[in-house]
Design a protein around this ligand. Sequence first.
Ligand code: DC
Length: 224
Amino acid sequence: MSKEVVAIDGPAGAGKSTVAKAVAKRLGFSYLDTGAMYRCIALLALRNSLGPGDGETAANFAINASIEFMPGDPQRVLLDGEDVTELIRTMEIGELASALSAHSNVRKELVKRQKRLCDAGKVVLEGRDTTTVVCPDARLKVYLTASVEARAKRRWLELQAKGDSTPLEEIERQIAQRDERDMTRSDSPLMVADDAVKIDTDAMTVDEVIEAVLAEWNKSLLVS
Ligand code: DC
């Protein structure tokens, strides 16, 4: 039987967080940002001078760290009681999270927690393996994507608004590199689940994407 869950996967910068948050709000579901959990482990790794290859120690962090989500706009992320919501949003942490997430022992621990958070249903979760590994029995599975150029442009505009002047070409390069790593790792690579609805957001506004996901949800309710 399928779970009352919307699982959204897709590459970096496809707009998963914005869409997942809005869909959760509209459905009255909670929102689970699985990437934030990998980012928390990356922050601990950085603070302990670990590198991308230190999967064993990172897995220990994944076993022992307390990671909590608290209401807020944006939702607050507490790592061992410390509010790290903004600290985990840098490109550096994103890169390290991507590298550490390739270690199976890190994934195993975080996936265990994520599955538990999904058990009760009424959740919208997003990440790279939520439709394939964390919650393959979600009622609705979505693969959200867009071209590298479109995703880089969005990220560039966000960074510009924050006063960060990283050139567009550099962001494009980083995004392409992250895609490559997330899609080619041996454990749970990012891929389109057989029964996922694929939405290409290149020519869509955020509101259009949100409405498209909600329409798919309504359609899925008729099928059960
Ligand atoms: O979605 P994000 O940018 O916050 O994720 C950061 C990295 O974490 C991403 O590049 C790969 C990893 N990740 C993962 O492997 N599986 C998930 N479900 C979510 C994120």
